[in-house]
Design a protein around this ligand. Sequence first.
Ligand SMILES: *[C@@H]1O[C@H](CO)[C@@H](O)[C@H](O)[C@H]1NC(C)=O
Ligand SMILES: *[C@@H]1O[C@H](CO)[C@@H](O)[C@H](O)[C@H]1NC(C)=O
Length: 560
Amino acid sequence: MFRLCFIVIFASISVNAKPNIVLFMADDLGYGDLGCYGNTSVKTPNIDKLATEGVKMTQHLAAASLCTPSRSAMMTGRYPIRSGMASSNLMRVNIWPYSACGLPPSEITYAELAKDAGYTTALFGKWHLGVHSETEHNVHHPLNQGFDYFYGTLGTNMDDFGPETKVVTLSRPYWYWELFSIWSVTTVALICLCRARYISVFTCVLLIFLWSMPVTLVYWVFDNVLLFSSFVHRNYDLVEQPIRLAGLSQRLVQEGSEFIRNAVQADKPFLILMSWVHMHTFIETGKAFTGKSNLGRYGDALEELDWSVGEILKLVKSLGLEDDTLVYFTSDNGGHVEIAPDGGYNGILRGGKAHGAPDGGIRVPGMIKWPGVLPKGTETDEPTSLMDLYNLISSAVGQQIPDDRTVDGRDILPLLQGNTEISPHEFMFHYCGNKLQGARYRPRTGTNTWKLVTYSPNLIPGRDICQFVCSCNHAFVLDTPLLYDITSDPGETNPIDSNSKQYKDIVPVILEAMKQHKNSIEPTTSQFSFRKVAPRFDWQPCCNGTFPFNCYCTDPKFPE
Ligand SMILES: *[C@@H]1O[C@H](CO)[C@@H](O)[C@H](O)[C@H]1NC(C)=O
Ligand SMILES: *[C@@H]1O[C@H](CO)[C@@H](O)[C@H](O)[C@H]1NC(C)=O
């Protein structure tokens, strides 16, 4: 009996020993953007195929509704706040890659787990988790966070990379005037003091000069995000500045394909993260896709994204690796509804990117295909987390998850395999920056999942959107928290009556879990202090020149 067990276990492990791992991560793709999530107006056949060949998750949740914290949580399986990656201020993402904000090296990423297990690992596309720390160069760089190879952008795509608009004016339309007013009022005050002979003319001129410098600097930095943040790196080398967005998808596909071929030639299992720059604005596509969809440039980009995924999967298949490859597809957060039609579509969900608890910002597409291990074409409506990827990879590569820290991801394999019907997540917590604004509760019995919302975002009155992005600091506490049966009311339209027995039974359980969760957060250095998020002029890379002059180059590998 014992021997039989041993043989069975051994056989089941050896069949799937070290599968290759292909991870697709879209940027700001909404819950309602894909054909397999009910969208009939765009065509995403390659991505949809993952749903028919794997398991589709309909309640797949990001730990944050913005890139940097959500990606931090995925890489580590931990809520961003545990790693110092949850911000307490307005700046919730790493806007300038060359600041000192980044994923702490003490974190153990899934790429590190895979690498330790003998995998060759690579990241293509967006990183957005920092480069240098104050004390050590490149500690946050992908090559020091578990990836053997990197080609892509250390920061993120931004509106400033296109010719139309700038992030600063999108978030504060009167920004230039505000800055100018502050400067003029102060300058006039100084001149008055001078004329009243409280200070000498010399002091007055000196003070005006000294005061004008930081104001000009702030203006210059925010007006030149392109110069400060737009680059493509290959490993540590800056190869393209600024990013040529048109054709970037094609270059990512080419680089990713080369890596896969090399790994196969070296006979090594591989893990690649294709971290697409689509669907984030500024949106630009290669010639083959521009103007081809019926839905403007957002639709064009969606079709290009689908094509890119298809190209990688085609290659995997043509190399005969399909049955031995785990494929995962998701998006870092929901669609950016404020910037429609350039932002994604979240279907019936409320809210979107950057909002706190509303599902539109955190519930995203999620499909996993793992031939021989997972069934084909099934679906789970149970709550799962993007952080579960951490546990999934650890079991796929045969590594233990670290036991010296809290890991918030859970083993969802039994759920995906259909061996259990209940999510391993009894509670899930919904943050805006470092503020806990809601939680989910999946009781160990029954079929429903509950969601409690304790804060409301600062929506424009009468509308379901904010000004460009919602601010966590301006969200307001709800006197009576709202409870939803998120299973039957995914659009969060019918809160449970707060006088009902149901409300009174369930809400205290969730509030207690939120309290315990808060208590479980150990103090750590915030990566979002002013000193850390400010751009560092001395670190700014510059192609073919000296910062800030002549910072342009194209990669000789991709000359046109
Ligand atoms: C499909 O997605 C597009 C792009 O986000 C959106 O504009 C459209 O309304 C969606 N259509 C349907 C039928 O869901
Ligand atoms: C560097 O700058 C010079 C002068 O502006 C230009 O002629 C040259 O093509 C640039 N080199 C690269 C690699 O971009």
